[in-house]
Design a protein around this ligand. Structure first.
Ligand SMILES: [Zn+2]
Length: 679
């Protein structure tokens, strides 16, 4: 929309707003009889009330890196208002133009707060609440404190958030906060490395998603390969099909069924695909690709030639280098439709994000380090996501080795933690090393530092958001919120420690690695194992914990089967040769290439010896050799710290004879002494 230029911006916006509301009110069949657009505000408010209309205000923000114009936001807000029986006086349209660099003055925001405070309007309408502030958390805070606590109503029209819906608005807001983060990840997945300027000029910079084609630009300079440049454009035919599918999914169709229909309709597929139809995963990605709502991004990864390793690799760019451009010409799906579909996808997946079968725990991720000693084969997780893991040879394994994942991993973690704390030599072995960092590595480290900084900021925002949500949620949800906060805090701590190590290495050639630094790194590894075993780590971190676990156990944990007399299932003992040096060195950021140290194997029980076997021998000694009564034997055991009643002791005793394969001697119960029978 072109505004008449001679008018001051405030006035032109007011006129623009007034026109839109009047037009949309007419479309919505609001009775405009007696409405005088130029009457004083108080008269217009009185008129609206006499017609049963509610009074609303609109808050919009134009942010420089999201090129979604304020005009469009204001228009959408006013249209929604008219359709839902609200009158928005042009005076109540508050706009902030996000400036660059300098501290932004939020005149629009301040005006909106003032209107709410004066109770001049009942309802605040925004396009997208999380867009109003730099973080989703701030948007939530604003809705809570300035709107709901003031007894007013807030609506975020593109997200379907309405505080009048007391039961769901907070959950929805929370979900959108998470989704915004997911969206960044999704964007990253969808973006190919490319040349920034070409992209910003709208040139094709790689493969285009289904629904777009490269339109030739004969006037533009030719490419390095002397080809005509192309810019992305919407394929209208395919776009219709895409919208149809988004609508189906929004309305509750299963994703499998949607995909089946896409294939049946001969829907297009990625030309690079080797299949003759779209892959199911590609269909799912199509449903979450933000490019369809006009959000095009680029710059997450860049290809860098590494002299050291002599190959090109992808490194992460600092977050600030990601350019996100809103191109309405490339939009296929409306924001409402897009987010409605994301909501369905998110509910199907749970909060954990795009991942099958829920979040992985450390115990799930380290199965690959366990090996059957008899078969020399590795372990696999039991089918159906069970809690066990077994030898690859399964039923044909001579030991039919199956162990509980969690218990086995816990046992190894505990042993590693003890070892880390007890290994005094480790400190010295690392201190003899001095790291020397070359120039290429230096550049790479600087990149990593920037990316870590950005990640820490983002986790921090999430923590604030979660803490706020925890305070607001029902008692039942609070625990799970707290757990999420803890996981996020652990993640932040981990990132900070990585950052510290990177910074140290960067600044480091002159500064030797001190004992303090190494001690810190060791205690950090120890903590990582502990948090990993107890399931406290977030998604990113648990993978790192798993990798560290693998390094620390020296790559393999051998499972030895030990038969158990008189029973079908025996014990399983784990054996591994720890390598504490490699991960610790990496953690302090020191250079590698140290001779492997000699280390003794560590033995742990992967399937522990049951209590009854642990104590059978003792029971035999106390009763048969020392001739104690069961009750006296019980006392002796108690003195040694074992609290068993004499019934249990009897079982241990019986087990001893089972173990040695002899009948139990005919001995009167309780060794001939009278005793009150117990259970
Ligand atoms: Zn085996």
């Amino acid at each position: 929309m072109n505004l008449p230029t001679p008018l001051p911006p405030e006035l032109s916006l007011a006129r623009f707003a007034a026109n839109i509301w009047t037009t949309e009110a007419t479309n919505a069949r609001i009775d405009l009889a007696g409405f005088a657009p130029k009457a004083p505000l108080s008269e217009r408010l009185a008129w609206a009330k006499s017609k049963g209309l509610e009074i609303a205000l609109v808050l919009a923000r134009f942010s420089s890196n999201m090129q979604h114009s304020t005009d469009a936001q204001v228009r959408d807000n006013l249209t929604w208002a008219a359709q839902h029986g609200f009158y928005v006086p042009p005076e109540f349209v508050c706009v902030d133009e996000g400036g660059s660099g300098r501290k932004v003055r939020r005149e629009g925001l301040n005006k909106a707060k003032q209107i709410l405070k004066e109770k001049l309007a009942t309802t605040l309408i925004v396009f997208k609440v999380s867009r109003l502030f730099r973080s989703a958390y701030r948007g939530f805070q604003f809705f809570q404190e300035e709107v709901v606590d003031e007894g007013r109503r807030g609506v975020s029209i593109s997200q379907g958030i309405d505080t009048a819906d007391h039961k769901t608005w907070k959950q929805l807001m929370y979900m959108h906060g998470i989704m915004d983060e997911m969206l960044l990840t999704t964007i990253a997945e969808h973006v190919y490395s490319g040349i920034k300027d070409m992209f910003l000029k709208g040139y094709v910079t790689g493969a285009l998603p289904v629904g777009y084609y490269g339109k030739e630009l004969p006037d533009a300079p030719r490419t390095n390969q002397d080809k005509v440049r192309k810019a992305p454009a919407v394929n209208r035919e395919v776009a219709k099909l895409i919208v149809q599918h988004y609508e189906w999914i929004r309305d509750g169709m299963s994703i499998k069924e949607g995909w089946r229909r896409w294939v049946a309709a001969n829907g297009p597929r990625d030309p690079r695909s080797t299949l003759d139809h779209m892959h199911y995963r590609a269909y799912r990605r199509m449903l979450s690709n933000p490019r369809y709502r006009g959000l095009w991004a680029f710059g997450r990864k860049q290809t860098v030639w590494s002299n050291k390793s002599d190959y090109a690799k992808q490194v992460e760019r600092p977050e600030s280098d990601v350019k996100i451009v809103q191109c309405e010409e490339l939009r296929i799906v409306s924001d409402e439709l897009f987010f409605a579909v994301q909501k369905r996808l998110a509910y199907k997946k749970g909060w954990g994000g795009p991942k099958k079968g829920g979040p992985k725990t450390l115990a799930d991720l380290v199965v690959r380090y366990f090996y059957c000693a008899a078969c020399k084969e590795r372990f696999y997780q039991a089918a159906g996501g069970g809690r066990a893991m077994h030898c690859k040879r399964g039923q044909i394994c001579p030991c039919k080795l199956t162990i509980q994942r969690q218990r086995a991993v816990d046992a190894v973690c505990t042993a590693l933690q003890q070892k880390l704390l007890a290994d005094a030599q480790l400190l010295e072995d690392i201190l003899v090393r001095t790291a020397d960092v070359g120039d290429e590595a230096r550049a790479e480290l600087a990149n990593r530092r920037n990316s870590l900084n950005a990640k820490i900021q983002s986790v921090e925002n999430r923590i604030n958001f979660l803490i706020e949500m925890a305070g607001e949620s029902a008692v039942g949800d609070r625990d799970s919120m707290k757990a999420k906060v803890k996981a996020a805090q652990a993640e932040k701590a981990e990132l900070e420690s990585r950052l510290a190590s990177v910074v140290r290495t960067l600044s480091g050639t002159a500064v030797p690695i001190t004992a303090e630094v190494v001690r810190e790194a060791i205690s950090h590894l120890q903590q990582l194992l502990e948090d990993g075993a107890s399931g406290k780590l977030g998604e990113d971190l648990v993978h790192r914990a798993a990798a560290v676990f693998g390094e620390l156990v020296g790559g393999k944990v051998w499972g030895h089967y030990i038969p158990r007399p008189g029973r079908k299932r025996g014990y399983v003992r784990g054996e591994f040769t720890p390598d504490l040096l490699t991960p610790t060195q990496a953690a302090v950021g020191a250079g590698m290439s140290l001779e492997p140290r000699k280390a003794d194997a560590i033995l742990v029980w992967l399937r522990p010896v049951p209590q009854i076997d642990q104590h059978a021998e003792t029971a035999h000694r106390l009763i048969d050799i020392e001739g104690l009564s069961f009750r006296d034997a019980e006392k002796v055991m108690k003195d040694r710290g074992f609290n068993f009643n004499s019934g249990k002791l009897w079982q241990f005793y019986a087990r001893y004879y089972e173990t040695i394969g002899q009948p139990m001697p005919k001995r009167p119960y309780n060794n001939g002494r009278p005793a009150k029978p117990r259970e």
